[in-house]
Design a binder for this molecule. Structure first.
Ligand code: PDD
Length: 287
């Protein structure tokens, strides 16, 4: 079945989907994006993703490409036309096409591209093995709360991880605190049994999965705090895991040379994986 993409008002075959060479997203990374999971034929947390899109656009003073009902319609159409039951829909909005010049163009129309692809749902096999992570210096700009398509440090960090045989790279700031993963938020269970994830500020993305997992952790009655932790605390942690729209809840069993806990995913990651998988499948009522 041919994949279909939405590009600036048209649904086109994926292989023919293209944007203008002077799209400012292409030339300047002057744009933002969202990745929304589809599970069992429905979007997971579409509302919070679209709220964050509005916020990212607002911070960059890019006009919304269309109103929310119209955008939801496009997202549903891309899901439907690509027959995605489990997968993702990717949305990118840029400041549009203009002659190359750094300041904002006097006039431009926000460009919108939406693509979809099938992906496997959460695999409980990950609870047997977990994944490895490596730490890297956080050399990004100071507005990582904006979900910008400018991802060079993130892709370089991820490549470092891949070349080390690891799944994720964990960014560490100049004071030794973990900020987030290259494309995930990072969590630990301290040696004292406290579940931690960094508090929200301009240093990290407010992950939608993070927000949902916070809610689920509170419902489970876990001892939880939003507070920063150092890479040394993470290496000494009882458990670690990462969250995102595409990683769901993924246990981390090694950071650099340090084995986390007993080297197997722990009970907290286990519980949150399960409850989040159920939430994705059945919606909030099941949480
Ligand atoms: N990444 N931090 C960063 C830097 C991210 O790129 C992402 C998501 C997250 C988690 O956010 P969420 O839970 O809303 O997916 C945190 C997406 C999946 C990506 O770039 O593919």
């Amino acid at each position: 079945m041919a994949r279909i993409a939405y590009v600036n008002g048209r649904y086109v075959p994926h292989r023919e989907a293209a944007v203008h060479v002077e799209d400012r997203g292409y030339q300047f990374a002057d744009g933002v994006y969202e990745v929304i999971t589809v599970r069992a034929g429905r979007f997971v947390d579409a509302g919070p993703h679209l709220d964050r899109l509005d916020r990212s656009l607002g911070e960059l003073r890019i006009a919304p490409p269309m109103d929310r009902p119209a955008l939801r319609h496009v997202l549903r159409e891309v899901r439907r036309r690509n027959r995605i039951t489990d997968g993702i829909v990717y949305l990118q909005a840029t400041r549009g096409v203009a002659r190359r010049d750094h300041p904002f163009p006097a006039e431009s129309e926000t460009a919108l591209v939406v693509t979809g692809s099938r992906r496997a749902p959460p695999n409980p096999g990950i609870l047997e093995t977990g994944v490895d992570a490596v730490s890297v210096p956080d050399n990004r700009w100071k507005r990582c709360d904006i979900k910008s398509v400018s991802l060079l440090p993130n892709i370089l960090a991820k490549q470092t991880a891949r070349e080390a045989g690891a799944y994720e790279a964990v960014f560490v700031d100049e004071e030794g605190f973990v900020t987030e993963g290259a494309s995930t938020n990072v969590w630990i269970v301290t040696s004292g049994g406290e579940l931690l994830t960094r508090e929200l500020d301009h240093g990290i993305l407010a992950g939608v999965t993070r927000g949902t997992v916070v809610k689920l952790a509170e419902r489970l009655g876990l001892s939880f705090a939003e507070r920063r932790f150092t890479i040394d605390e993470a290496r000494r942690a009882r458990e670690a895991f990462v969250t995102s729209a595409t990683s769901f809840v993924t246990p981390v069993v090694r950071i650099d040379e340090a084995v986390i806990g007993n080297g197997r995913p722990g009970s907290t990651a286990h519980a949150l994986f399960e409850v989040y998988a159920r939430y994705m499948e059945q919606g909030d009522a099941a949480a």
